[in-house]
Ligand binder design. Structure first.
Ligand code: OXD
Ligand code: MN
Length: 593
């Protein structure tokens, strides 16, 4: 039993409100994980996969309405709407608490309340954030086992009296006495609520990872971004990757891409250049800070991967495929006849006899995908065969470069920022086609500054300012910033760049620039490579001029679009961003005339 006065109070509070049949305080042990997985199999939430094909692994199938993050039901409940800013849904905290009070009243009837103490990042790190998720979902508990730090060394900290962020979650499906449960309980009405001032999270109605595993998007990004702003650090939607070129030192790169744009693939980039090696630190979240020597350090606060399965294959991401061979949970994938999992893109041809994520017999002729486009895998970080040796260091790793990227047909494959402020503009200007990671139309272009649109817990203008401030700190040794776009298209709509393993060639140029070993071509919108500095050996032929081109007239349209977009942030948008836009505009205009 844990001895922590705040925890005792919270258990009593949640229990009195939600009236569960029983309360279980989780210990985070492998025995607990195994026991709950068995329970999920008995309940029909989990199908145990064929142990000969995929040992100790399970498949879950959600309610068809509960498959992704619900951004329009995600709220930042700061005291003032100004502090949430125009890009967040705001609700008055007292009003929202009143609504939640009603929703959560009796909502765990017939279920068990699990109390899940966890920590985001190594508990010895100065940025460590402890949380307790109160949930009525066994599926959530086992996913939290894989995704966060749990277990005796974390509960020991609670016994020492550490403070924590309470995160209350319910699927919102109370059971009447004798009522049979469904395999994926959830509620049509959903509330994913953050209270940044009092550091609380309340999530109701969904079992989907991004809405229900509250350590990830809710704590390590939305709440952490507020804590970070107040304390001079940065909570970012970024992967962290180690790259060691042949006979060189190791470099660390952090990269922000919007959800569903290949962060996990890039995090596990396997260099196909002779003598190069790489290592994974994280695939989704980076916490960053300037250290005493002014270097920018970064760590991954998570302890697992919750990635998108479709299009993951031995071609696109062999490292992840190996990491998924055992001890994994799959959600909304298709099942093969022999008890294994399949998803679109895993193999060129689908195997015969698939059962779809909707638990129906599936054939190609149905015209529908067998797995949901946002089908997910959950696996612990220890399963990754290419983990960097510093991945667990509480002091993080020193960053050499920061990349921003999206999915755009018309933006050059790589550009280097000519200054820190232009780099901040690159981050702020990020836009991308929407993907299935969030409910709503896919393939629509939307602004997603720093890939943080759905994850910034405060005013986006203040967030931009926070980034500008980093560049002003005395003695700071800033990493170079780049904007990458693997998805540039030719006029006929075909992709100009093969992507995946060949992205290392762009990273090669980036590292040359980091070491000042290549002279760039200076363009209005940033620096691009000279042809002679690119290593394009042993790869399909590419049209280099088209890869890095952006006509000045398009640059000017982009600049105007950004002015309009930034206008919504009013005087909280840093002047520096407009100055950078002015500079780009002036050069593009002079080049054009
Ligand atoms: C994720 C997301 O799950 O960004 O990482 O939606
Ligand atoms: Mn993400």
């Amino acid at each position: 039993m844990i001895q922590n006065a705040k925890l005792d109070e919270w258990i009593e509070k949640v229990k009195a409100l939600t009236t569960p049949d029983r309360v279980v305080v989780c210990d985070g042990t492998p025995e607990e994980y195994a026991r709950l997985c068995d329970q999920l199999v008995d309940k029909g939430t989990f199908v145990r996969l064929n142990p000969e094909k995929r040992p100790n692994s399970f498949a879950a199938f959600s309610d068809p309405s509960d498959v992704a993050r619900v951004e329009d039901r995600t709220f930042i409940c700061s005291k003032s709407p100004e502090d949430a800013g125009p890009t967040n849904n705001w609700k008055d905290p007292d009003e929202m608490m009143a609504i939640l009070g009603e929703k959560f009243r009796g909502c765990m009837q017939g279920r068990t309340l699990y109390v899940v103490p966890f920590c985001m990042c190594e508990p010895d790190s100065k940025l460590a954030m402890f949380g307790v998720e109160f949930t009525d979902s066994e599926y959530v508990v086992v996913n939290m086992h894989l995704m966060t730090r749990m277990g005796p060394n974390i509960t020991a900290r609670f016994n020492e009296g550490i403070d924590f962020c309470p995160a209350v979650h319910s699927v919102g499906a109370p059971l009447e006495p004798g009522q049979e449960d469904v395999s994926w309980p959830c509620n049509d009405e959903k509330y994913i609520c953050h209270f940044p001032e009092i550091r609380e999270i309340w999530s109701y109605g969904s079992g989907y990872g991004g809405n229900a595993l509250l350590g990830k998007k809710c704590l390590a990004l939305r709440i952490a971004s507020v804590v970070a702003k107040e304390n001079g650090w940065y909570a970012e939607h970024m992967l962290i990757l180690a790259i060691t070129p042949a006979k060189r030192r190791k470099f660390y790169i952090a990269a922000a891409f919007p959800s569903g744009c290949g962060k996990t693939n890039m995090a596990m980039l396997k260099p196909n250049l002779v003598g190069w090696t790489s290592g994974v630190v994280g695939d989704d979240i980076a916490w960053m800070w300037p250290d005493e020597e002014g270097r920018i350090r970064a760590l991954n606060p998570e302890h697992g991967f919750f990635g998108i399965a479709p299009m993951t294959s031995y071609k696109t991401n062999p490292v992840m495929m190996k990491g998924l061979r055992e001890n994994a949970i799959f959600t909304n994938v298709a099942l093969t006849e022999d008890g294994d999992v399949w998803w679109e893109g895993q193999t060129d041809e689908p195997p015969a006899g698939l059962m779809s994520w909707k638990k129906e017999e599936w054939t190609l002729e149905s015209g529908e995908p067998a797995s949901h486009p946002n089908a997910r895998f959950t696996v612990n970080i220890r399963s990754c065969p290419m983990l960097d040796q510093n991945a667990y260091k509480p002091e993080g790793v020193v960053l050499d470069a920061i990349l921003f990227g999206g999915r755009r047909g018309d933006i050059p494959v790589v550009r280097e920022a000519q200054s820190w402020n232009q780099g901040v503009l690159f981050g702020a200007s990020l836009s991308s086609e929407t993907t299935a990671a969030s409910v709503g139309q896919t393939g629509k272009l939307r602004h997603d500054p720093f890939a943080m649109l759905p994850f910034c817990g405060y005013h986006m203008g203040d967030y931009f300012q926070h980034w500008i401030e980093l560049g002003k700190q005395e003695g700071v040794r800033l990493p170079k910033i780049f904007y990458v776009n693997w998805f540039k298209k030719d006029e006929d709509g075909s992709l100009l760049w093969p992507g995946y393993g060949d992205n290392i060639r762009i990273v090669d140029w980036i590292l040359k620039r980091v070491q000042n070993e290549a002279r760039p071509v200076e363009r209005a919108f940033g620096n691009v490579p000279q042809k002679s500095d690119l290593n394009l050996e042993n790869m399909p032929k590419v049209d280099v001029d088209k890869l890095f081109d952006m006509p000045d007239k398009d640059v000017l349209v982009e600049v105007e679009g950004l002015r309009d977009y930034f206008a919504q942030f009013g005087d909280r948008c840093p002047e520096e961003l407009f100055e950078e836009l002015d500079k780009i505009q002036a050069i593009a205009q002079s080049e054009e005339s």
